[in-house]
Design a protein around this ligand. Structure first.
Ligand SMILES: Cc1cc2nc3c(=O)[nH]c(=O)nc-3n(C[C@H](O)[C@H](O)[C@H](O)COP(=O)(O)OP(=O)(O)OC[C@H]3O[C@@H](n4cnc5c(N)ncnc54)[C@H](O)[C@@H]3O)c2cc1C
Length: 401
């Protein structure tokens, strides 16, 4: 570590790998990527739904809208080029209740503003595309939504990065970064750097705060738990089935998602976690941090910005199988309890909150320190958006230089 590096990338998820590769391809200097785990993909990038989103939901002037559609096209091309698993199976978005029916037109207009291909379809057309799905009134069809295997993408990107000359060190954790001294302390000793790029996902706020950046933000982790459909029920689904979501919050509701491996998952939930890596019941919980998160959550519930209390109440019911199934059946009424397994996998969203305004941050956030760039709130669709997102982050890093 003592030799130092021109660019020090913290975190080997999809964002860190794509940024490291982009910096190296530009030939701006040496690039080192540090990943605290012994392997890649152990956190969010390896635990997601594997959906390459089309870019429908996001406010037109947002980074998400700017990067998602292009990111999806480029990752699909990448997967095809590298012969990685990919199925462009399409997605339907249905009105799961009378109350959400007007949302379909809102989403339709949003998609058109974002330049995304989407069709309004009647209930009959919906039955032809996805026979198990139901809707109140019209639905939407997104033919370009695709699914992939996230870990295969990560593996291939890490090989490309290593081939391009990125030095990738696994099992090395960055403890803090000092922008004035331009040195990061790590578990393998001090590492001098020219520019540090923080892509630490669930820990990005801690690295940023140590560099004096983004102090109004903190991560409030939200746990996404999935169930699976048993084989006989899974065989009845062709593509993805989503409800029209509440666009005031960054979660999409329980949905039905096939995987490239032939499974069909239900979920994920969006329940507050007790810790950044709280994948089981109590592992990954740090009492002081859990207290801060509980305090923030309590204040957000009291303030109730953007209908947060309603969302939290709805999410809480999804902890039980009947509550979870009730929501899934608003999309596909023929589903029965016997079709659904217990909890299958868990991922945790690195959701940023603004602690002054006590609200969930909706868009990706990229903040700069004197010698550092910090990627914060790399929540969905950051996986889909990773390639153009990396270009944006590399531009910011190159400007500081
Ligand atoms: C349940 C769920 C489903 C999702 N589904 C989708 C989807 O279908 N499509 C989509 O586009 N997006 C989806 N997302 C979002 C997507 O997975 C994330 O936006 C994306 O993976 C974020 O990547 P990342 O590189 O920022 O974070 P990560 O993948 O978490 O990578 C960060 C890395 O940094 C490392 N790290 C942290 N701190 C340090 C440190 N101090 N030193 C060294 N290394 C460190 C971590 O170990 C980790 O490997 C989903 C997310 C969740 C939780």
């Amino acid at each position: 570590m003592n030799d130092g590096t021109d660019f020090l990338v913290v975190g080997g998820g999809i964002v860190g790998l794509a940024v490291a590769l982009e910096l190296r391809r530009r030939g701006l200097g040496s690039v080192t990527l540090l990943e605290k785990e012994p392997a890649l993909g152990l956190h969010t990038s390896g635990r997601n739904s594997g959906v390459l989103h089309a870019g429908i939901y996001y406010a037109t002037d947002s980074l998400k809208a700017r990067l998602c559609a292009e990111g999806s096209r480029r990752l699909r091309e990448y997967a095809i080029d590298r012969k990685l698993p990919l199925r462009t199976c399409g997605k339907v978005i249905v009105a799961s209740s009378e109350q959400t029916a007007p949302q379909i037109d809102v989403l339709y207009r949003q998609a058109l503003h974002n330049g995304v291909r989407v069709e309004r379809i009647s209930p009959d057309e919906l039955s032809r595309i996805e026979p198990e799905a139901t809707t109140h009134g019209v639905a939407l069809h997104s033919p370009d939504t695709a699914i992939t295997d996230s870990r295969s993408i990560l593996q291939c990107l890490s090989e490309d990065a290593a081939d391009a000359g990125v030095r990738i060190e696994r099992g090395v954790r960055v403890i803090r970064a000092d922008d004035q001294a331009r040195v990061a302390s790590t578990t393998a000793g001090p590492c001098p750097y020219g520019i540090l790029v923080n892509c630490a996902g669930l820990h990005a706020d801690r690295i940023a705060h140590a560099a004096g950046v983004g102090l109004e933000y903190a991560i409030l982790p939200f746990r996404g738990m999935y169930r699976k459909l048993r084989a006989e029920a899974a065989a009845r689904f062709r593509g993805l089935v989503y409800p029209a979501p509440d666009l005031r919050v960054p979660f999409l509701g329980v949905h039905i998602t096939p995987t490239v491996h032939g499974d069909v998952t239900l979920g994920p939930t969006a329940l507050p976690a007790l810790g950044r890596e709280n994948y089981g019941w109590i592992n990954g919980v740090r009492p002081r941090e859990a207290a801060r998160m509980g305090w923030d959550l309590g204040r957000m519930l009291i303030l109730n910005r953007h209908g947060f209390r309603k969302m939290a109440a709805e999410e809480a019911t999804r902890y039980t199988k009947p509550g979870f199934l009730r929501d899934a059946r608003t999309l596909a009424p023929r589903l029965r309890g016997r079709d659904v397994t217990g909890w299958s996998k868990v991922g945790i969203r690195a959701q940023l909150i603004n602690r002054k305004r006590l609200e969930l941050v909706m868009d990706f956030v990229v903040e700069e320190g004197t010698r550092s760039v910090h990627v914060m709130n790399a929540v969905s669709p950051a996986f889909t958006s990773a390639l153009p997102f990396a270009e944006l982050v590399a531009n910011r890093a190159a400007t500081i230089r």
